[in-house]
Design a binder for this molecule. Structure first.
Ligand code: CTP
Ligand code: CA
Length: 225
């Protein structure tokens, strides 16, 4: 193992990855969430570990085994994920945001189970969650920061917009309009977008895709050192 770690493309680098969904509580028994499986983030954690990195995986609730030698921090809500991410920043060279963070959370969490009323329509009040990857990318000692963008239309231009707005170094654009790839599936096809490059990766299993992505991230990271 020591040999592989010494020679891997991320040997000695500290990589933090967010993965899975967040859950935004409404009351003690209910939450708002999404269908993210966490598979891509976990595959990236394993690939980064195999490339010699010291890996911390900040994960929402998922049904996946922790890859060997990976440090896992379990969180539930977006606010928890932000806290966990910030706690890793002092020792982070590369930050990869793969989590499907809920964009909004209920403005308040009821102390007791909300009772069904007589009204037919119920309104929920939501407040925007902090943008975790954008917060990381604007930190004073920012790591090399990578985001994901799942889009159903104008995939590259929306991804580029996020790259710039969130001040990322790289974004992995994912067309989720095609059936059988991307969100919650076992295969994926993506385009790796930086400020001056665009590299397509053909549809493949998430494990193989993770290895290719880690190689691209390692390569691009080195050009910034
Ligand atoms: N992200 C994050 N914190 C949030 C929302 C998103 O860190 N509160 C990260 C995701 O992990 C991903 C990237 O930002 O790496 C893009 O997420 P996405 O949902 O595509 O972008 P949004 O800015 O939320 O825009 P929208 O959902 O409207 O497309
Ligand atoms: Ca979003």
């Amino acid at each position: 193992i020591a040999d592989r770690f010494d020679t891997g493309s991320l040997a000695g680098r500290r990589v933090v990855i967010t993965a899975g969904p967040t859950r935004e509580p409404l009351d003690p028994v209910r939450y708002i969430s999404n269908h993210s499986s966490g598979k891509m983030g976990f595959a990236l954690a394993e690939a980064a570990m195999n490339a010699g990195a010291e890996v911390t995986l900040i994960s929402g609730p998922v049904n996946l085994a922790t890859p060997a030698h990976v440090k896992r921090i379990d969180i539930t809500s977006a606010l928890d994920m932000l806290d966990a991410a910030q706690s890793t920043l002092e020792h982070c060279d590369i930050f990869i945001a793969c989590a499907a963070v809920a964009d909004y959370r209920p403005t308040s969490v009821a102390e007791h189970k909300i009772k069904k009323g007589n009204e037919e329509i119920m309104e929920l009040h939501l407040v925007k969650n902090p943008d975790i990857v954008a917060t990381v990318a604007s930190a004073p000692q920012r790591p090399f920061t990578v985001g994901f963008a799942a889009e159903t239309q104008d995939v590259i231009s929306y991804a580029r917009g996020k790259l710039q707005r969130k001040k990322l170094d790289m974004i992995i654009a994912n067309d989720v309009s095609q059936a059988g790839i991307g969100f919650n599936s076992d295969e994926n096809a993506v385009t790796v977008v930086t400020h001056d490059t665009e590299t397509a990766i053909a549809q493949t299993g998430k494990r193989q895709l993770a290895n290719q992505l880690i190689e691209q991230i390692a390569h691009q990271y080195k050009t910034t050192q």
